[in-house]
Design a protein around this ligand. Structure first.
Ligand code: HEC
Length: 446
């Protein structure tokens, strides 16, 4: 993906730090949003399948509730999913500029897969609603027979579409996240940047798998907490006590199980990290993430024990906090692993900057008289010895206090002493002639 290089501006060290902050912020939006999308779609598909087998209306209703949970409007899929993803791709392109690592290209690829996934997710949602409407039409006795027939034809079509779009949507979403986790992880492994075989390193890697599973588990746990919180604040759900109990039970138990497993995966993903990414900060953030997740499981446990859900909203916040620490882990791995790369980019920036300054004539040229003497005059002149030209100690006293005349002579030598040949013009610029005159006049006496 070399075309990305064209959009890369050389960055000063300060800008690169800013880019890393930007990346962390984008991750902080992207991971919770995509987590909810994955979690709700997974649970929705799970309960839809169950309801088809056991004809359980609560399962069916819950499945529909789940898919409506995060697909409230399409702008969110764009703003909370695609935009952060592309800004991460852009930042990575900048940060890994001049290295051979194609990580940014793979993130772009993952955002294309993400867009396809979103189309299927919304198809799933709409066909879910469509099917209910068509179902109601076919069962309504006041409606004409031919319309009913048509409806039942489209009902079976919609059912097929529903099944396919849900499965496709989830598969593509998982593929996109897997690719994303792999590319991000790749940025923290400079030892692979020049290895070639990038696809293999990104896809078949223990690190990618660990990072991916960590995101998936987080997604399911976060969704469980979000479900409890949402159902708690929805009057429609609360009015049906049996249904409400069912949701509560599902959310709490799933949340508890996942918050117990999640720490294991947080630890695994640190254990498989590249040596080049390890730092004390990384361990500190890991400990904090573990601490928050354990606290979450305690809250889940307490709510199950007391059969009530008073901590529902705290749980959502705590999950966001856990994501924050997980993102900071990623940030500090990147920070540590790219130290050398940053030094390289900063040097490149200095070069770029001085070239730019020269181009616009902003560069202050420091002219050194001694350098000019050593470079141009020394072949014919010494201070105390006669060479091709006369020794300076003899000729300079007459220029004492008359620098202007000396400069004039250097710029345009004229014949002076018949014992010597004429001095050839040295082709100096006025500023250079002045600098060397200053140097000579202040040096010859010593
Ligand atoms: C190729 C040899 C050569 C080089 C190089 C050269 N000079 Fe000279 N220079 C001479 C000669 C020969 C004279 C004597 C000319 C004369 O007396 O007419 C001279 C004379 C001078 C004098 C004395 C002028 C006077 O009024 O008596 C000065 C001052 C001087 N050079 C400065 C410089 C400086 C400064 C440079 C370097 C930028 C330089 N020269 C490089 C050959 C050289």
């Amino acid at each position: 993906m070399e075309f990305l290089d064209k959009y890369v501006l050389p960055q000063s060290a300060h800008h690169m730090v800013l880019l890393k902050y930007l990346m962390a912020l984008a991750l902080l939006i992207f991971i919770p949003y995509v987590g909810l999308l994955i979690g709700s779609l997974t649970f929705s598909l799970f309960f839809k399948n169950k309801s088809e087998k056991n004809n359980n209306t609560a399962h069916y209703k819950f499945s529909k509730f789940l898919i409506d949970l995060v697909t409230f409007n399409k702008v969110s899929a764009f703003g909370l999913g695609l935009v952060p993803l592309l800004s991460i791709a852009f930042s990575v392109a900048q940060l890994l500029h001049l290295s051979n690592a194609p990580a940014a290209g793979y993130i772009i690829l993952s955002s294309i897969v993400y867009i396809a996934a979103i189309i299927f997710v919304y198809t799933y949602k709409y066909s879910f609603h469509m099917r209910d409407i068509l179902g109601a039409v076919t069962e309504n006795e006041n409606i004409k027979e031919e319309i009913k027939e048509e409806s039942s034809f489209y009902l079976s079509r919609t059912n097929k579409l529903l099944r396919k779009s849900g499965v496709f949507g989830l598969s593509l979403l998982l593929a996109s996240v897997y690719l994303f986790a792999g590319s991000l992880n790749f940025t923290t492994r400079p030892e692979l940047w020049n290895s070639g075989n990038y696809f293999v390193h990104i896809i078949f890697s223990l690190q990618t798998l660990a990072g991916f599973l960590q995101i998936i588990l987080f997604s399911l746990g976060f969704t469980a907490a979000f479900i409890i919180y949402k159902s708690y604040s929805s009057d429609a759900v609360k009015s049906d006590e049996k249904y409400f109990d069912f949701i509560k039970n599902f959310g709490l138990r799933t949340g508890l199980v996942i918050s117990i497993i999640l720490p294991l995966f947080i630890i695994i993903s640190i254990m498989v990290k590249s040596n080049q990414a390890l730092s004390y900060n990384l361990f500190a953030y890991t400990l904090l993430a573990l601490f928050v997740v354990m606290f979450i499981s305690v809250l889940f446990y307490l709510m199950i024990r007391d059969a009530q859900i008073r901590y529902a909203s705290s749980l959502v916040y705590l999950f966001v906090l856990a994501v924050f620490f997980i993102v900071m882990q990623e940030y500090s791995s990147l920070d540590t692993a790219t130290k050398k790369q940053f030094a390289l980019l900063a040097a490149n920036y200095d070069e770029y900057k001085s070239a730019l300054e020269e181009e616009y004539g902003l560069k202050k040229v420091v002219i050194n008289g001694a350098d000019i003497y050593n470079g141009k005059c020394i072949a014919c002149h010494q201070f105390d010895k006669k060479l091709v030209g006369p020794p300076y100690n003899e000729t300079l006293p007459k220029y004492e206090g008359k620098k202007e005349e000396l400069v004039k002579f250097i710029l345009n030598p004229v014949k002076v002493n018949p014992d010597y040949p004429a001095m050839p013009n040295q082709g100096l610029k006025p500023a250079e002639a002045e600098a060397v005159a200053d140097y000579l006049l202040s040096t010859y006496k010593k």
